[in-house]
Design a binder for this molecule. Structure first.
Ligand SMILES: [Zn+2]
Length: 348
């Protein structure tokens, strides 16, 4: 690159970094400025006006800043994250913080991007986290988590959308609605320990597709038919799976890449994640075993890849749709050492 371009770039990056740091310092002062009514004493109409005029801070930054800092003021570990990385880094977890769990979440916020942290929080609310050392995680499950477990059950009852082509498929539609009602009944009777409560969804199908599906279903549950179709797809993909390839090159052979993308349809394969995949990840780590094995390469979104490399996935050898997250990385896992090396080359 041309020297002048480089100079411009470095200078701007340097100023930008400093601007951010100073802004962080300003935000941290908000609660005290408010307590002392400094803005009023200096003749301003509000704290937002004062902060805006003096530092260029937006109204939203002021209100978010005040709200968050008031919540976490007495949580020293979280305050340290904010001082070092800014207030946005803790936004995804503010509502679940307590004095008891703040240390745990501060540690996570320190090493994750905002997106990865949000993802980790979501996962922790939809499944029980596993601890590498001891399975008891009562601390994190109390409070925020137990609340969300109840909410999850309420949300399990989805609304049935009005189906198009209703006239053409009256009979079939009735069947759908009846089984939907049965499923709704099941939902209300599901105990909190059922790992897979039934959910009702509305899907848009053409009349002919619906007819074919209804015939196939016969007297079985929709769930049975859908599982049969899914198993068939998996079996078919398994038969067409390209062979694994041993090579020095990290570059995934095109054929294997195509296969993994077809299997995942380009969507992150973890749990219910619906994000587009960003990386094809070797669950055994390519550095450990120079092999491209399509059954051990999974499509991951940026946030899930991040959780993997932070060592926060319990057992990567199982199908990613059943992956569980860890409360702490398992430091005895040999993948952990490799991931630590990867980390060193990356920023959160
Ligand atoms: Zn994902």
């Amino acid at each position: 690159m041309e020297k002048h371009t480089q100079d411009l770039h470095f200078k701007f990056r340097f100023y930008g970094r400093n601007a951010r740091e100073w802004m962080r310092k300003c935000v941290l002062m908000l609660p005290e400025l408010e307590r002392e009514r400094v803005w009023e004493k200096k003749g301003f109409g509000s704290l937002a006006e004062y902060a805006g005029r003096l530092s260029g801070m937006s109204h939203k930054t002021v209100s978010d800043g005040l709200r968050i800092l008031r919540t976490v003021e007495h949580m020293p570990d979280i305050m340290r994250v904010i001082e070092e990385r800014g207030i946005n880094c803790v936004k995804p977890i503010v509502t679940l913080l307590t004095p008891e769990n703040q240390q745990f979440w501060a540690e996570k916020a320190m090493m994750m991007s905002q997106h990865a942290l949000q993802m980790y929080r979501n996962e922790s609310e939809h499944q029980s986290m596993i601890s590498p050392a001891m399975p008891s995680l009562a601390m994190f499950r109390e409070g925020a988590l137990s609340k969300t477990i109840n909410k999850q059950h309420e949300e399990a009852i989805y609304k049935i959308n009005d189906m198009e082509n209703a006239a053409a498929a009256d009979v079939a539609r009735d069947t759908v609605n009846i089984s939907a009602m049965n499923a709704a009944h099941d939902v209300t009777n599901t105990s909190a320990t059922d790992p897979s409560p039934k959910k009702i969804i509305g899907i848009e199908l053409s009349a002919s597709t619906l007819n074919r599906l209804t015939k196939l279903k016969g007297n079985d549950e929709w769930d049975t038919l859908m599982n049969e179709l899914l198993d068939m797809r998996e079996k078919m993909l398994g038969q067409n799976m390209p062979e694994e390839k041993q090579t020095e090159s990290r570059h995934i052979p095109a054929e294997i890449k195509r296969f993994v993308i077809e299997r995942s349809r380009g969507i992150c394969e973890v749990g219910a994640c619906a994000k587009r995949y960003n990386i094809l990840h070797h669950t055994q780590r390519f550095a450990a075993e120079q092999t491209h094995d399509p059954s051990r390469i999974v499509a991951l979104c940026t946030s899930h890849e991040r959780l993997v490399h932070l060592g926060l996935i319990y057992d990567e050898t199982i199908k990613p749709r059943a992956w569980k997250i860890l409360s702490e990385p398992d430091k005895n896992d040999k993948k952990y050492a490799i991931d630590q090396m990867v980390q060193r080359y990356r920023k959160p």
